[in-house]
Ligand binder design. Structure first.
Ligand code: FES
Length: 115
């Protein structure tokens, strides 16, 4: 059965916002983030595909100033928010690990990876 995690009330994730969360797979803790990209909810593991460190500086900032992409704070890799594809930077062509995000009864939930 697919595991899902409640992340936040839907009202806390308007367009252009992100919310981080922690989840476990096989007892190991990972950080993820959910984002509202122009009205579409998405969620990813918070790990850059260049070096396995978080995309943000623990400040919950993922979007570029224009809101069109995610950016890694360390070396500036640019990712498409819709599919996690790295468009430019040292890991161009790689993809963020995506999770399904949805709204259930007014709450954003993320489907977690299988254990
Ligand atoms: S660690 Fe993200 S671009 Fe280098």
């Amino acid at each position: 059965m697919q595991r899902s995690l409640p992340v936040c009330p839907e009202a806390d994730l308007p367009p252009g916002k992100t919310v981080k969360f922690v989840y476990k797979v096989d007892g190991i803790a990972y950080e993820g983030f959910a984002a509202n990209f122009k009205g579409n909810l998405v969620a990813y593991e918070n790990t850059c595909q260049h070096i396995p460190i978080p995309l943000d500086y623990d400040d919950n900032r993922f979007f570029t100033p224009d809101g069109n992409n995610f950016i890694c704070a360390t070396h500036g890799a640019i990712y498409h928010p819709g599919n996690g594809h790295c468009l430019a930077g040292p890991c161009a062509g790689a993809r963020l690990k995506k999770m399904h995000a949805t709204v259930v009864a007014g709450e954003v939930r993320v489907c977690l990876p299988e254990e």
